[in-house]
Design a protein around this ligand. Sequence first.
Ligand SMILES: [Zn+2]
Ligand SMILES: [Zn+2]
Length: 136
Amino acid sequence: MVLTGECFCGEIRYQISGPLVDPLACHCSRCRKAFSSQSSNYARVDSGDFQWLAGEERLTSYVGQHGFGLLFCSVCGSTLCGTIDSSVHGVVLGCLNEEPELEEVHHIFVDSKASWEVMPSDVTTFSEGRPPTDRR
Ligand SMILES: [Zn+2]
Ligand SMILES: [Zn+2]
């Protein structure tokens, strides 16, 4: 299944021709700021499965610690992708146009969540990161 995504204003569009892997919602204070939300909502893609369809010239980026960066629409501000060393590493789930087929989303760093966020009771949570054996 080919998935598409776009930013809020629609100037930037992309498609993904492979699976979304390891969906995570990280509730740490850094992710709240990076994703302007109660958590990240993010899944990895193989960079070879990812293709910009329109508006790539409107992207802007911020690269934080460890070479992990985020790509934004310079018009509307939507956060579209994460990058490692300038290649696409994953996508922000909120910008997908279709309902993706996903593994269960793991909620991590829930001990750091904002006081105003109410966690649903039927999701898999981790106080901090996942134990190494759980990581794929
Ligand atoms: Zn936009
Ligand atoms: Zn985080």
